[in-house]
Design a protein around this ligand. Structure first.
Ligand code: 9MR
Length: 412
């Protein structure tokens, strides 16, 4: 079984990067002039999610008239910080503009598809992963679909949304995102069944987001729930993490972080806000920084878990490989390309799997022997006797935000 160990780092982003993952925050365009906020944002996070700015009501306030001002502001700020962007959310029953709330049936279906096509096209090449469909399952404890006007356009509305998103931005990972799916239960099992069906029928889906708005506990099967989705062949991401401030806040944050690190296809964690005062959960103080911007015990718990944890775990290898550590160091960035170095410790003969986000492509490598999967996005680098480090150059090809992810490190 492969087991990577990250070098100790002093920010959430750097520590997550050393495991091949991102660490993100939901942010608001209106707060980008707050210097405490932007200092923490640029120092600690490698990914951002617009909290409201890319939603339907924000981006298409009247039918066919699109407004990208606030979303664009977030994207350009992220790009100047070298951060990835998670797009949120293309189709959702909530925060629909008034004009769309008054539509139904085939008129609503075509308005939804037109919305997805326009927004995903506008942001093409700039989004690491889109929440294509958000919160489409009910809280009835039976795994039913939510009875929304979108659902009433036909049970195939979710796959239609994913197909429209893929056509508009083939380079973005396409996610289904929901809450109360954080353990094995009827709702998460209904999502699981849908994802399995989509994979079997070739409906484009790449990832599942687990919002993880948690109270005073975390499901005991949190990690195994992530793993069962990963085993379907999708990435999993913690997309909106916040935890009520109670006795266990720090340890719950640590448990969630460790669970992601233990699942090789868990590609990153996003917390739903920066400071407690930025949270939608007013009065619950559910975030990693207090209202003055100081690090809380929950912050330290996450950082320690990232620094101690395993990296991409090799997807359940268990076939005789030993553990090793693959630590990523970002290198020079040019206008059209950038370098990455990877240092391997814990084994002198090693195999490291690096996954790229299309349309980015690795154009040259050094100090290892590289082979590629059919998509050209997954590089398997084997040691060739030239030492404990290798490197590569990646061409942006229009996506300047994505960064390579270490999927596994196996020693032999
Ligand atoms: O944090 C968001 C808050 O500012 C908005 O008022 C709210 C509107 O519904 O949406 C919040 O974000 C939600 C996210 O988009 C989807 N999952 C649940 C989040 C918290 O409600």
């Amino acid at each position: 079984m492969a087991a990577n160990r990250a070098e100790a780092a002093t920010t959430l982003g750097a520590s997550a990067t050393a495991t091949g993952r991102y660490f993100g925050a939901a942010i608001a365009a209106s707060k980008l002039s707050d210097t405490t906020y932007t200092r923490i944002l640029s120092t600690e996070f490698t990914s951002v999610t617009p909290e409201n700015e890319m939603k339907w009501d924000a981006t298409e306030p009247s039918r066919g008239t699109f407004n990208y001002t606030s979303g664009d502001r977030i994207v350009s700020q992220a790009q100047s910080n070298g951060q990835q962007v998670r797009g949120h959310a293309l189709a959702w029953h909530s925060q629909m503009p008034g004009w769309a709330q008054s539509l139904s049936g085939s008129t609503l279906r075509s308005a939804m598809l037109n919305h997805i096509t326009n927004v995903a096209t506008h942001y093409k090449g700039k989004i690491y992963a889109w929440d294509v469909v958000n919160e489409a399952f009910a809280d009835d404890g039976q795994g039913s679909r939510r009875n929304s006007s979108l659902q009433q356009t036909g049970n195939d509305w979710i796959e239609a949304a994913f197909r429209a998103a893929r056509a508009a931005d083939p380079g973005a990972k396409l996610c289904y995102n929901d809450y109360n799916t954080d353990g094995v239960n009827a709702k998460s099992t209904a999502v699981y069944t849908m994802v399995k069906d989509f994979k079997a029928r070739g409906v484009p889906i790449d990832c599942v987001g687990f919002q993880s708005h948690l109270g005073t506990g975390v499901p005991g099967d949190y990690q195994s729930n992530l793993q069962r989705f990963a085993d379907l062949g999708v990435d999993v991401q913690i997309t909106e993490l916040d935890v009520a401030q109670g006795g266990n806040q720090a340890s719950i944050y640590g448990t969630v972080t460790k669970a992601c690190l233990a699942v090789s296809r868990c590609t990153g964690i996003t917390v739903w806000g920066i400071r407690d005062s930025d949270s939608w959960r007013t009065g619950e103080n559910p975030l990693l920084f207090d209202s003055s911007g100081n690090k809380k015990a929950a912050y330290t718990s996450v950082l320690n878990a990232l620094n101690a944890g395993s990296g991409g775990g090799g997807g359940g290898g268990g076939n005789g490989g030993t553990g090793c550590t693959a630590t990523v160091t970002p290198g020079t960035v040019w206008g059209d390309r950038y370098n990455t170095s990877v240092t391997v410790s814990g084994a002198s003969t090693w195999t490291v799997v690096v996954t790229m986000t299309a349309p980015q492509k690795i154009t040259s490598t050094w100090n290892g022997t590289a082979t590629w999967d059919a998509s050209g996005n997954v590089m398997t680098m084997k040691s060739n006797g030239s030492g404990a480090a290798f490197g590569f150059t990646t061409s942006f090809n229009g996506n300047t935000t994505a960064r390579p992810q270490i999927s596994s490190c196996t020693g032999s």
